[in-house]
Design a protein around this ligand. Sequence first.
Ligand code: ADP
Ligand code: MG
Length: 732
Amino acid sequence: MANIRKKALEEFTTRNAGRFYVEERPISEFFGQNVFDLEKMKRYLSGEAYKAVVDAIEFGEKIDPSLADQIASGMKSWAVQMGATHYTHWFHPLTDATAEKHEAFVDSLKGGGVFENFKGSTLIQQEPDASSFPNGGLRNTFEARGYTAWDPGSPAFIIDQTLCIPTVFVAYTGESLDQKTPLLKSIHALNKAAVAICKMFDKNVVKVNNMLGIEQEYFLVDEAFYRSRPDLMICNRTLIGHTAAKDQQLEDHYFGAIPNRVMAFMKDFETEAYKLGILLKTRHNEVAPNQYEFAPVYGEANISVDQNLMMMIIMKKIAKKHKLKVIFHEKPFAGVNGSGKHCNWSLVTNTGVNLLSPGKTPRTNLQFLSFFAAVIRGVYEHHALLMGSVASLSNMYRLGGGEAPPAVMSVFIGETLSRLVESIEKLTSKNLTSVSDKEVKVRSKLHIVNQIPEISPDNTDRNRTSPFAFTGNRFEFRAVGSSCNVASSMFILNGVVAEQLERFKKLVDAAMAEGLSQDKAMMKVIRQFLVESKKIRFEGNGYSEEWHAEAEKRGLRGIKNAPDAFKEYISESSVRMFSGQGILSEREAHARYEVLNETYVKKLQIEARVLGDLTTNHLIPTAISFQNSLINNVKGIKELFPDEYALMCATQLELIRKISGYINQLHKDVDDIVEARKVANRIEAITERAAAYYQTVFPHMDTIRRIADELEMVIDDELWPLPKYREMLFFR
Ligand code: ADP
Ligand code: MG
């Protein structure tokens, strides 16, 4: 068989790399054209129907089914006019992917012929036979139905001539089978708890929105290389591959000029994103070669999450046109940076106040401090659960890697706020006063050189080594993985904050009942929260070994391995928080725990199988071929120089021996990993099976890789069957 790597290299070198995508219209002319947003609703719906949808979006009011037909019909008219032929309920099952089952609009007319039809009942609810999605036992009862139900809070959109209607996905019992349901519930809980506190400052606050800005990192690989690497194709990461002589050490890719081919791809997907109403703002090269990032402007969490998933879909589609493959995996290449999804999180009132923005007056600062302290207190209490929420087979390859956030939680707040917090901690019950303007004066000007105007540095210096950092007017949760649906981390963050906000209010009320003024009562509780959560605050280098020792001393629990971290979902304090905030029942939490373990086992099983195939069917045969050519060479030399051959062939003989060693080791390790799987597969309970996979299967992955990578270093480059790192990681 021809060497597939050679073919891929040929294909790659003939690529037309200079083509730019051209969209000549200004973005403002087509922005949002593929979304059924409020502006279109106004045009396509009756006044009554429009108001019903707006009330549903703004205040979570239920839409009267009698209006559903009108709404569906308006939506359909718009979609059909836009060329849509099908519709689908679009949902987020527990797979990190999205799901869709298309139905055509056309229906037969009684007297013959067809017409486009879309009923209100179909808009509101469907029962896709989605029984094959992971459900953690929630659908194993006699009545295994699953329903999707319309989420009017996130606008319908068109992709590939299909009207996609964002929906939740629940079991017939109402138990959630998806990521959106708990997210919506958590947003609701957060709103309720936050409004109660805001009302103490301003009676006009009736709603607090959970805002989210998601930065998405990703890799790009030429399609030809991707297709010739079974590991990339099936596992989205390279299971073997020696690092290239040069990768990111010169730091010349980060923020560098974007290569032409990549720019063409970016412009293309950005255009589609704009049409879908996604306000992309930032694009740049990331640290690792061929690693990039985009970030839209933040928006309401529910919509931001949907838009992030929409982006992942369209990027994959558009990449195909450019003969590229987008890799969202957290650690597709060893030795270079992995990818995350930084979640920028804040709370904004209906009156337009960002509750995490330090205020201008002592009073607004008191409000800021209340929320600031509640977030930190919540993160402290549930730090292990929050880290558990980002744990997965793939993200564990990234976390704690000395480039990604460490696998133990801490909160970074910056120098100015640290000083402020320290002064609050020193307050005594006698001198409880709200903090003065001066103390929260967080912006200072920086003078650089004469011709450069003065700049205001961020309130906080940046600390990239922290998994959870305050960045001036929001918190940034950086440990979240690039391939996941961030809803799973966000509903947990929302829940833990809501729980503390509730507690905050209760404690303030109690202090006031004892005679303290409202301001003093608040200051007292803020101080209490900050003191209680002191251990989670860390301003130093999160990558350092000292920090890990220190974190352990402080009793902070990090993630050692994914199956262990999953247990946090069902710990007593987690279940109390989930059920107390109405986000997940105990049964739902257990179901999720099962699904996480199941996914872990399946993914690791697939990786182990692919690695076995690569080793047995690609590497060992290649090693033997090369070894044969060495043997023939030695034989020939021996014939010509019978007396001197041993000296002349010293290198070849040594190599022949070395290769035999590698072959035997690889063969043995593959046998061992197969055996380990067999033993683990016999374990009935999925949680125990996951633990066994981690303990007995996982370690072999690394051993095999190490030998395979050594082998790559000795085999004739001509014969090596898989595209190498130096080939895959560079576009020029
Ligand atoms: P960074 O410098 O951290 O890489 P980026 O500009 O790449 O920042 O992305 C920052 C993200 O944070 C964007 O999505 C941005 O819209 C979002 N963001 C900014 N302010 C807020 C806020 N108050 N609340 C939530 N997200 C925010
Ligand atoms: Mg960024």
